[in-house]
Design a protein around this ligand. Sequence first.
Ligand SMILES: Nc1nc2c(ncn2[C@@H]2O[C@H](COP(=O)(O)OP(=O)(O)OP(=O)(O)O)[C@@H](O)[C@H]2O)c(=O)[nH]1
Ligand SMILES: [Mg+2]
Length: 196
Amino acid sequence: MNITKAEFKCSSERISQVPKDDLRDIAFIGRSNVGKSSLINMLTGRKGLAKVSGTPGKTRLINHFRINDSWYLVDLPGYGYARVSKTARGEFSKIITDYVLKCEKMHFLFVLVDSRLEPQKIDMRFIELLGMHGIPFGIIFTKADKLSAAQLRRSRERFAAALSEQWEELPPMFASSSEKGTGRAEILAFIDECLT
Ligand SMILES: Nc1nc2c(ncn2[C@@H]2O[C@H](COP(=O)(O)OP(=O)(O)OP(=O)(O)O)[C@@H](O)[C@H]2O)c(=O)[nH]1
Ligand SMILES: [Mg+2]
């Protein structure tokens, strides 16, 4: 897949505001600061498209980016950052659960996890929630540039082992570096397949 056109479409604070056309969404979620917005910029080759910040909690709305006039990349707020909103109840805010579990545009969800960390409970609980609702998802190990190839492999194996306690079949898994462009071709090829 070649991305020839990428444009910001809209930010929504609730799912009733997402675009009303029938283009499908490929969305990115994960803990605050894991690199969702950076990955969207890397995939589209447009540095300032999604807002990136070293401070967790940067993305607070559902952001739709229209790609090649035929589908959307969706940047979601991160979870696991308690100070984002005093009214956000429970572990995952309503904006996230509404979008992920109820939005009909949502076609495939990439769950981003930091490749440097041990499997995190909050990611496991989020993935469990996806499983309970039959949401199609894949995993992307981010910031792969911070690890050696051997460390990255161990990290993937550790995560796969944690997942296999819950799942018989493993989801598709990718590694990415937004700094180096790692994973771009594989992830775009997978999205292409998802949309056909
Ligand atoms: N080294 C390295 N740093 C990265 C990578 N991806 C993101 N970062 C850095 O991680 C920080 C967070 O990146 P964002 O893309 O804003 O993360 P996010 O998941 O969108 O964060 P929220 O919107 O706050 O949930 C920034 O300082 C990025 O520069 C990567 O692949 N490699
Ligand atoms: Mg963000």
